[in-house]
Design a protein around this ligand. Structure first.
Ligand SMILES: Cc1cc2nc3c(=O)[nH]c(=O)nc-3n(C[C@H](O)[C@H](O)[C@H](O)COP(=O)(O)OP(=O)(O)OC[C@H]3O[C@@H](n4cnc5c(N)ncnc54)[C@H](O)[C@@H]3O)c2cc1C
Length: 402
């Protein structure tokens, strides 16, 4: 078994891992980017990318080519259990402007492949179909990774390991940086053409079992994402059969999908009950879903992955310069994450609670339908360019309630 030593080994080439690898390789570091999949690979996702994420995609040099293949989304519509709908636009009258006035609806097969190639263009070494099996304890100034590539064991060593291996991160679990709660929710995602009435906004349809997202993703294709609370649905079934059994439970969606043609596989994801205790250990940093998972309802995961990569980049560059990479030395990254995302986590929890309580959602949806300025502000927060404090103010909350 051969053993190479890198400055940084990034586990997972999703948006978080590829962006991290690109930003560190661009600064001349020796970076290896490992993924168990081969690209292009798909990922269960509603495929909405927020306006502020476009800033980082631009920084990484991929925005132009992505825009050419994406649907441009000008806002979000939410439909309650009883059909009350409100729409928030990114270009609102609130005075805040994002990096762009639109978000993107873009296939993950395209987005993730472009980002992985951007990392390679900056000098990172991309190794596909390589499963990271374990991270050994720190020793001799490196961490060692045990790999399986082409059915054979291999290993490599790096001064810093970045765990960007997604929702069920093996790196986080192995280093006891995360805890998993009981299975609560499951997502089933597929694509369809011929969906009735799709416009230039993403849509969220809330029902008693959960919610369904509809998002245009370019070339007349719509992403259909069903997220259900497992305590409210019956026994599990194969993904495709389950998806088609669940759609009729959301009447506003079922009607729109009546003449649609479904394409490709149905991808399943979950549970969403993981909680990360901290995002750093000796010579290890977590980023993206490995560091924290967002409720898909607000569609902020890709932005958090890209912005998280920027934060990793800044802390890692300083730490690698003088080899200060202990858990204590990296703790500033945990603090920066809290400062960056803390209020967003609060807004997300409030939205998740409201979505799970039909009477509360009905009331709030009615208020937002009558006051589009408030809807614009809320959607701007989920678009990552309106500061969350704007909707956490008592005055905003009061206007939603009374
Ligand atoms: C149903 C659903 C809908 C969503 N909708 C949206 C949305 O509309 N907008 C949005 O912004 N976010 C959305 N999200 C969240 C978004 O998908 C994630 O936040 C985002 O993918 C996180 O990126 P990541 O790079 O951290 O992880 P991932 O994209 O999951 O990438 C992780 C990578 O790690 C690799 N990997 C895992 N384990 C190993 C291992 N042991 N060895 C080697 N490689 C490994 C995987 O193959 C994968 O390529 C949604 C999520 C779900 C579940």
């Amino acid at each position: 078994m051969s053993r190479a030593i890198y400055d940084v080994a990034v586990v997972g080439a999703g948006p978080a891992g590829s962006a991290t690898a690109a930003l560190l390789a661009e600064r001349g570091l020796r970076v290896v980017l490992l993924d168990r999949a081969g690209f292009p690979r798909d990922k269960a996702c509603a495929e909405y990318v927020s306006p502020e994420a476009l800033r980082i995609l631009d920084r990484l040099g991929v925005l132009g080519s992505l825009r050419a293949e994406a649907a441009l989304l000008s806002g979000m519509t939410v439909v309650s259990h009883r059909g009350t709908a409100f729409t928030g636009r990114f270009r609102g009258s609130h005075g805040f402007r994002g990096y762009s006035d639109v978000g993107l609806g873009i296939r993950r097969t395209v987005l993730d492949t472009r980002l992985a190639h951007a990392a390679v263009a900056e000098g990172a070494e991309l190794r596909e179909r390589v499963l990271v099996e374990s991270v050994t304890p720190e020793g001799d100034g490196v961490r060692e990774l045990r790999l399986r590539a082409g059915g054979r064991p291999a290993r490599l060593a790096a001064r810093l390991v970045v765990g960007a291996d997604g929702l069920n991160s093996r790196v986080a679990r192995q280093l006891r940086l995360s805890r998993t709660g009981r299975l609560r929710r499951l997502a089933l995602v597929t694509h369809a053409t011929g969906v009735d009435g799709m416009g230039d906004v993403g849509e969220m349809h809330v029902g008693r079992l959960g919610y369904v997202g509809l998002a245009p993703v370019g070339l007349g294709v719509t992403n259909v994402a069903v997220v259900v609370d497992l305590s409210r649905v019956g026994a599990p079934a194969p993904a495709e059969r389950w998806l088609h059994a669940l759609i009729p439970k959301f009447p506003s969606v079922a009607q729109r999908l009546r003449g649609a043609t479904f394409h490709g596989p149905v991808l399943a994801a979950g549970p969403f009950a993981r909680h990360t205790v901290r995002a750093t250990a000796d010579r290890v940093m977590l980023v993206g879903d490995a560091a924290d998972f967002y409720d898909p309802f607000t569609g902020e995961g890709v932005y958090a992955a890209l912005r998280g990569a920027e934060l990793v980049g800044e802390t890692a560059l300083a730490g690698l310069a003088d080899d200060r990479l202990s858990a204590d030395a990296l703790a500033s990254y945990d603090m920066r994450r809290r400062n960056e995302f803390g209020r967003k986590w609060t807004v997300e929890r409030i939205i998740a609670w409201t979505v799970g309580h039909p009477l509360a959602l009905e009331h709030v949806a009615g208020r937002l339908a009558r006051r589009p300025g408030l809807a614009d502000l809320l959607v701007g927060v989920t678009g990552d360019f309106v500061p969350p404090r704007e909707v956490l103010r008592p005055s905003f909350m009061l206007r939603l309630v009374w």
